[in-house]
Design a protein around this ligand. Structure first.
Ligand code: 13P
Length: 260
């Protein structure tokens, strides 16, 4: 057992306008608030589109609902002539706690490389946000380099070159398992998580044992238990299944420390 509080994170991607977001958060406040759910033992967070953050935060505050809020991306800049970008300063003013950095869809469709991702991690820390650094291999990389090499390389690149490290979370999301229905086995996910933790320990020392490492890729209520039972997997990053309140709450209910 570790003292890392599991994190169940829902990445809504480009889904849900602000009215749909309000409806989903209202539903979540019902489905997550059953007697079995102990918020001191699991943290639940949602990552809506930027345009939903304000209404989501207002509702969370009004309902005194223990749901953390995250953004899906952050600018590497703090302010200025960067049309369309969103600053970490704006996000932290909305009480956003987390920000996804380097999601494979950003790496793939927006050409984000290790250098951009490293700068976005720095931007998150400048504004007291916790970056969730997303790493994972494509099918081609899996076949040519095996499963752990790319996630380790991406993790170390995102964390190198900073004066000091702030808090961060790693999300291991094999690209071939995202939105495809192909799930890594719990053993594969746990093996890669352990390899990332070992690499973190070798490069950065003590922080490795405190860092939460999540698995993401086609996680559903009916397959989450296998992942969460593994010591090195500290939660999940959920895409499609986070858009349904019942399904997402079903995932949150499985977290390991309730069971222990
Ligand atoms: P799916 O759960 O839809 O496969 O998406 C995973 C993901 O990309 C979460 O960030």
């Amino acid at each position: 057992m570790t003292n890392r509080i599991p994190l169940i994170a829902g990445n809504w991607k480009m889904n849900m306008d602000h009215l749909q977001a309000i409806a989903l958060i209202q539903k979540l406040s019902w489905t997550l608030s059953d007697a079995d759910h102990d918020y001191s033992k699991v943290e639940v967070a949602v990552f809506p589109p930027f345009t939903d953050l304000r209404s989501a935060q207002t509702l969370i505050d009004a309902e005194k609902f223990e749901l953390a809020l995250g953004a899906q991306d952050i600018s590497k800049h703090d302010s200025g002539a960067f049309t369309g970008e969103i600053s970490g300063a704006f996000l932290s003013k909305l009480n956003t706690k987390y920000v996804l950095v380097g999601h494979s869809e950003r790496r793939q469709y927006h050409s984000e490389d290790d250098s951009v991702i490293q700068q976005k991690v720095a931007a998150a820390w400048r504004h007291n946000l916790i970056p969730i650094i997303c790493v994972g291999e494509t099918l081609e990389e899996l076949e040519s380099e095996g499963q752990s090499a790319v996630p380790i390389r991406q993790t170390i690149a995102a964390l190198s070159g900073h004066d000091s490290l702030g808090e961060f979370v790693i999300a291991y999301e094999p690209v071939w398992a995202i939105g495809t229905g192909k799930v890594a086995t719990p053993e594969q996910a746990s093996e890669v998580a352990a390899a990332i933790r070992k690499a973190l320990s070798e490069s950065f020392g003590e922080v490795a044992s405190q860092t939460r490492i999540l698995y993401g890729g086609s996680v559903k209520a009916n397959n989450v238990a296998g992942f969460l039972l593994h010591e090195d997997v500290d939660g999940v990053l959920v895409g499609g299944a986070s858009l349904d309140a019942e399904e997402f709450s079903g995932i949150a209910r499985y977290q390991k420390h309730i069971v222990l």
